[in-house]
Design a protein around this ligand. Sequence first.
Ligand SMILES: C[S@@+](CC[C@H](N)C(=O)[O-])C[C@H]1O[C@@H](n2cnc3c(N)ncnc32)[C@H](O)[C@@H]1O
Length: 255
Amino acid sequence: MTVYLVGAGPGDPDLLTVKAAGLLARADVVVHDRLADPAIVKLARPEAELIDVGKRPSRPLPQATINALLVHLGRSGRTVVRLKGGDPFVFGRGGEEAMALLDAGVPFEVVPGVTSAVAVPACAGVPVTHRGLSAAVTVVTGHRRVGEEADTDWEALARVGGTLVILMGVGQRAYIAERLRAGGLASDTPVCAVMNGTRPGQRTIRTSLERLGETPIEPPATIVIGAVAGLDLLQTTDGDGAAEGADHTTGPARP
Ligand SMILES: C[S@@+](CC[C@H](N)C(=O)[O-])C[C@H]1O[C@@H](n2cnc3c(N)ncnc32)[C@H](O)[C@@H]1O
């Protein structure tokens, strides 16, 4: 009996690790999230039980319920794959699930995945570090549970330098931009937001810190702030791009 906490990568099934694909092919149960790409879930064998624990506004599923489910399934003696977007230990609450399994004495293994924090910018032609432009990268969540977690010190992050990669930051982007500017980050700092990265609907918007709040961005999106966000090494910009101060780019087609 083992529960595998498996990273599914940012969406494109080709970015799944070989180990993850092998585990999916032999799992008895696959517990997956809302963001899990259907093409990846389909890699599970036909007999496997699929359990969708995706949290959504209409059906909030507390993390404690998911933890309890994993402990229960782990004790059943079946091979369980807990499939999580990106890497399980990067804002994926994989650490909490591992702790619950550890406390319950259920054996588990972590299978790292390709995190969207690095792969999604890369698929839009943005390297998160680049010699001469950025020697550091900070990955930060734009979403904190008000009243439960201390607010992020955005002014301090503005002074760190290098690249800022913000996950779950769409809803708070105007507030974040304001705080970063208050911390001294220049208004014309390049910003690149990649929506649905590595998926067929991938879309990129390039803007500046000053215009980030008014730039239309839909989740899921990874927002990159810093000099590297001005790079477009894949040359995917598809037109005039000047509208509303943003360049619109599209992602690679998937067969
Ligand atoms: C709860 S976090 C999980 C991160 C995940 N564990 C990882 O390593 O990529 C979800 C956030 O990751 C980012 N994200 C995940 N998949 C993405 C994708 N395909 N395109 C753009 N951003 C993505 C978005 O910021 C989204 O709100």
